[in-house]
Design a protein around this ligand. Sequence first.
Ligand SMILES: [Zn+2]
Length: 155
Amino acid sequence: MNITEIRIKLVHDTRDKLRGFASITLDDALVIRDLKIIEGGKGLFVAMPSRKLHDRCPGCAGKNPLRARFCNDCGRKLRDARGDADERGRVRLYADIAHPIHQSGRDLVQSRVVEAYWRELEASKKEGYVETRFDDLDYHLMDAPAEAQRVDWVD
Ligand SMILES: [Zn+2]
């Protein structure tokens, strides 16, 4: 697998653990967007793009994120432990949209994206720096803080 392009969008809000977004291009053919660069206990790591898992309210059948404590539609109190547990017994709140199959693939993505992040951060300190354009993405509309808590494959 050749990563032929990496684009980094820096996030400057340091109250949050999210340091940036990345898109990677594989073999000049396929772009994967919405990778997240997150500050973890052992340094930066890369989270693959994921979506929040939802279930339906038993009262009104409204769709709610698994973490929601009350139904968004009818306000009914929802059970605490919903959803399927992972191999370590923790509830899976997110599902990867794209992810490496092997550890070596994961290591490759991780090291190349983190390296590109540091390069972008250095470049951003220089005069005349122009932020990478992600015209097709509306990052400020994403609810990054909650997703940045997601560290299930780091340790
Ligand atoms: Zn409901």
